[in-house]
Design a binder for this molecule. Structure first.
Ligand code: PHE
Length: 445
């Protein structure tokens, strides 16, 4: 592989991987999951999953990508060949690349919605902003054409960035987008903490109610950890191939995980105080928390519309830098597999994803009554990817690196300090593998 596809300096890989990790999962999903699952007890389980499972699995993914220097599928193939293990391990890459396209199809629908909210300014002098907000959200979800418009726009931007290439497209855009994202999240948290009800937020976040921890809550905390860190589907593995040779895997992965977790917690600090400041609003609103509840909260606050715009720009940026990483594994694979130009591959993939996304859009309206096992099309995709494909991908990565590959080979190539390596292998081999397996079994029963 030529060096033209390796990012220069240490920061681009960190920004790209953090860009992949920080997304709707942190700013939209995390706060509402904390809100509906009992607050800080959920956060504690989530943090344990991040450290015990997320950290070792992410380091393993970066390792495979960096070693193979190809798309996840071909990196796995190369690894298998050189260590004399079964070539079937490449299917792990195929499963991941597919999961990426499936996730992107509905991810882009929600990202498009957030995009549209940048331009959704409430008229002044509303008598009942709550009713207005609910009606607005309801109308939006019942208008397939409007949703298709925003879904298409978001996807076109995603495809353009990936189509331009690894260095000039993905590398350059994360260098511009991520600093804006970090600035906005800090700005919003300061605004929210100073204008909203910080006390109520802190007592909500720091007084854990462990009775709310049912097995289902633990499962969703683990699923959320996978989704939020972008692990289990090869996005981080694909980026690992573009990491500079000298960059240290251990430190880098720690930085990415820290950034991802900080943004999720900051998102909580940006959202909860302003929701708590309005006694009519509740943090247990579920998925509608940022689309229905939050705009009402902003409405009653000083400079609320400005900060509402900043908030939705923030989400759109976060979603964009994740969306490109969902498309990259499949694109990189196709690029190696065929003579077709990257731009054309991306256009083709984009069309497939766009088409599939329409199914998710219809789940809000004309297909809302079509259910399979009690789930509509969107819920089915969400379940298939988050509860099955990502944990399965993560489990196999952990088995591959922890159990199957020769220990000497991993030690020599991953270049961790001796003690860190021991801890890494211990966690991967027993804790990560064991807990994903158990939770996975439970989720299937
Ligand atoms: N991590 C992203 C988020 O938090 C979503 C994602 C999942 C991106 C898997 C890439 C791969 O929103």
């Amino acid at each position: 592989m030529s060096n033209t596809k390796i990012w220069r300096g240490n920061s681009t890989f960190i920004l790209a991987a953090a860009g992949s990790a920080v997304g709707l999962g942190n700013i939209w999903k995390f706060p509402y999951m904390v809100g509906s699952n009992g607050g800080s007890a959920f956060i504690i389980v989530y943090l344990v999953c991040i450290l015990a499972i997320g950290l070792p699995v992410m380091a393993s993914e970066v390792f495979v990508g960096k070693y193979g220097r190809k798309s996840p599928i071909n990196s796995l193939k190369k690894l298998a060949k050189e260590t004399n293990i079964s070539e079937y391990w490449k299917f792990l890459g195929i499963l991941g690349a597919l999961a990426g396209l499936l996730i992107l199809s509905y991810y882009s629908v929600f990202a498009g919605m957030a995009f549209s909210y940048i331009f959704n300014l409430f008229p002044s002098d509303l008598e009942n902003p709550s009713a207005y907000s609910s009606a607005y959200f309801f109308d939006l979800s019942k208008s397939p054409l409007v949703l298709i418009f925003w879904h298409s726009l978001f996807l076109v931007i995603t495809c353009l960035i990936v189509g331009i290439g690894v260095v000039k497209g993905i590398g350059r855009s994360v260098n511009v987008l991520m600093p804006i994202l970090f600035l906005f999240i800090v700005l919003l948290s300061i605004y929210s903490a100073s204008t909203g009800d910080l006390d109520a937020t802190l007592s909500f976040l720091f007084s854990p109610d462990f009775s709310s921890l049912t097995p289902a809550v633990i499962l969703s905390a683990m699923g959320q950890a996978f989704f939020s860190l972008s692990i289990g589907m090869g996005a981080i593995m694909a980026y690992g191939a573009y990491m500079p040779e000298k960059q240290h895997i251990g430190k880098t992965v720690l930085t990415i995980i820290l950034l991802d977790t900080l943004v999720a917690l900051f998102a909580g600090i940006a959202i909860f105080p302003i929701v708590f400041s309005n006694s009519f609003l509740v943090v247990t609103a579920g998925p509608g928390l940022i689309f229905e509840t939050l705009p009402v909260a902003f409405y009653s606050l000083p400079m609320g519309s400005l900060f509402s715009i900043i908030f939705f720009i923030l989400i759109t940026i976060a979603a964009l830098s994740s969306a490109i990483s969902l498309l990259e594994p499949f694109t990189a694979w196709m690029e190696e597999l065929s003579k077709i130009k990257r731009k054309n591959i991306v256009a083709l993939m984009g069309f497939f994803v766009w088409f599939l996304g329409i199914g998710s859009i219809f789940s809000f309206n004309i297909w809302s009554d079509y259910k399979f096992m009690g789930l509509n099309f969107l819920e089915l995709l969400d379940y298939l990817t988050n509860n099955i494909m990502l944990p399965l991908g993560g489990l196999f990565v952990a088995i591959l690196i922890g159990w199957v590959l020769p220990r000497k080979f991993v030690r020599k190539n991953i270049k961790l300090k001796e003690n860190s390596f021991k801890v890494f292998i211990f966690f991967l081999k027993y804790v990560s593998t064991g807990s994903i397996f158990l939770v996975f079994l439970y989720s299937l029963t």
